[in-house]
Design a protein around this ligand. Structure first.
Ligand SMILES: [Zn+2]
Length: 265
């Protein structure tokens, strides 16, 4: 693929991811308010019909300086971050696939097209789960079932014994590591949803890549949250940390760097 066409395709994927992020924001917001989750065509405050340029993900927010163009009320900042991260996620996956950066055995299998498809489905659902987790520390059960369903469907056919063992061990390790943490912390530190997300991720990636994802995700969570503990009084800090976003970043990191880390030990 030429450089120009890969840049154009990456931009298209960025736009698709950012649009999905924008749509997911509506789902997350409307899940606790009444109203259809089909579109965000009106301002939440003044109900003015919005134009295409207002709805264009990421750029619409920047052009309007984070405000509604009609009533000048601020648009929640996390809309912008959700759109940007959705765009970056899809662009990064696309770049990784086109440049053969993904070294997971998935991508060498004869069914790799299906795995690319399952990768976008799995990370897309995990991304929506992350938005819910980040906003409410709560995730709809249906999304967890969907994530488990995608991870089960990702099994390659004809399946080798080695792949089957890798995946089943991944599910067991994923479920028991985070499940143990759930029980030890008295169910306060994290939710039961996190246990099932970890189980599904373990089964999806297989145990070796899962451990890379878990360690990367947890390390990032610690690095990001340490400044909060140092700068604020302990009492004012929420004990919970939304885990799903770190899992998602961990999964992408494991796919990109997994084999080089695994070969080290
Ligand atoms: Zn308005």
């Amino acid at each position: 693929m030429t450089t120009l066409s890969s840049i154009i395709l990456t931009l298209i994927l960025f736009f698709c991811g950012a649009s999905l992020g924008s749509f997911f924001c509506v789902i997350v917001t409307r899940s606790t308010h009444s109203g259809p989750a089909s579109k965000r065509s009106r301002c939440d405050y003044c109900h003015q019909q919005l134009k295409t340029r207002d709805l264009f993900p990421v750029i619409g927010y920047l052009l309007n300086k984070g405000q509604c163009r009609y009533c000048e009320k601020s648009i929640p900042k996390w809309y912008f971050w959700a759109e940007l991260s959705g765009g970056l996620l899809f662009a990064l996956l696309a770049l990784g696939i086109w440049n053969n950066l993904f070294t997971h055995p998935f991508f060498n299998s004869p069914q790799s097209f299906l795995f690319v498809f399952s990768l976008f489905c799995f990370t897309g659902v995990l991304y929506l789960i992350s938005l819910f987790d980040n906003a409410y520390f709560w995730v709809p059960k249906q999304l967890i079932y969907l994530l488990i369903g995608i991870s089960l469907a990702s099994i390659s056919w004809p399946i080798t014994l080695q792949t089957a063992i890798e995946k089943v061990l991944g599910g067991i390790i994923g479920g028991s590591l985070v499940g143990g943490q759930y029980l030890i912390t008295g169910k306060k530190g994290l939710g039961l949803g996190d246990v099932f997300i970890s189980l599904a991720t373990g089964f999806y990636l297989g145990w070796q890549y899962f451990l890379v994802a878990l360690i990367s995700g947890y390390s990032l969570a610690v690095i990001v949250n340490i400044p909060k503990y140092l700068t604020k009084k302990r009492a004012t800090i929420r004990q919970k940390i939304p885990l799903a976003p770190y899992f998602l970043i961990g999964v992408v990191m494991a796919l990109l760097m997994g084999s080089s880390i695994i070969s080290l030990y």
